[in-house]
Design a protein around this ligand. Sequence first.
Ligand SMILES: Cc1ncc(COP(=O)(O)O)c(C=O)c1O
Length: 375
Amino acid sequence: MLTIPQCDPRAGYLAHKEEIDQAISRVLESGRYILGKELATFEQEFAAYIGVSHAIGVASGTDALHLALRACGIGPGDFVVTVSNTAVATVAAIELAGANPVLVDVDPDTFTMSAERFEVAIQSLPPDQPKAVIPVHLYGHPGSFGEILAVAGRYGVKVVEDCAQSHGALFQGKKTGSFGDVAAFSFYPTKNLSAIGDGGIILTSDADIAERAGLLREYGWQERYVSYFPGTNSRLDELQAAVLRVKLKYLDEGNHRRQVIAKKYESALSEFDLRLPATVPGATHVYHQFVIRANNRDELKQHLANNGIGTLIHYPVPIHQQPAYAGRIRISAQLEQTELIAGEILSLPMFPELPDAHVEAVCDHIASLERLAFV
Ligand SMILES: Cc1ncc(COP(=O)(O)O)c(C=O)c1O
């Protein structure tokens, strides 16, 4: 029986093994492991790739969000609107900054924030309290981002883009991460651009936000050993930066392969009673995940597992229903779409090195179950 993983971080290393091994050796031999040349160069290269002026490498995507919020001046008592159908990190980062998360519902087609619900949430919050919104470009797609930016602009709400899943995705011809006041990326090993451990980066074209984020990541030091305000230790290390510099060269190629795989899934699965991922006009999806909706999701997941095919659910329990948050986190109106999709979504195998034969095997096994559902 074939074994097909849902994701395979090792394949991304093996595809460029020689170059990555050389980059790792270069760092090991340099003796400079923190805040050196590799990070400074990667920061410049990634900022140029996304189309912003400043980049600050940090230890994780969670830290990138947390420090981006603080660098924007968001802190205790302030409100940050986001969604419940996201990685828990989005909400954890808001609380790390001392702010109050406010969760709103998503669009059923794109699984991303409903602009209408965002506006309702903003209208329900105290007018004088500073606010931010974190649109999450979930699964590699910016969703109703244009409308969200318009609402944020109308109400003076800061925009912190969560780009942990959208490296290279476009909206109206520009990269996600170049629209908001600031953006946060993760380089967790399964991401479209991934490190060999944890990593993240803050991007902005605002020089003041960049300066504050740079100080926050290293104890608030303006000069060595002297803190001007309380910061933390969150630095993207040289080893990760060197590996990311190699992988950045292949990001577009990897995203293109993800799009080819997505097309294969779409053409093989369109005849069945499944909902396939939508792409809004003006957006380019980079398919961090290929997420379908199925009424018989649990049966389908089990059927694929019985045939050696790995799938995942992103995310099985909405954040407002998780024990750490249930009953105490603020939600704006009902989150009915969020609750509905949690029982129906399924992430199929998706990574650039996934061979065509494996994509076809996944489709065949889905077809064999779905055809049975018709008889
Ligand atoms: C949408 C989203 N936001 C934030 C994060 C946090 O990133 P990290 O795992 O690097 O802290 C992740 C990654 O898991 C994510 O998928």
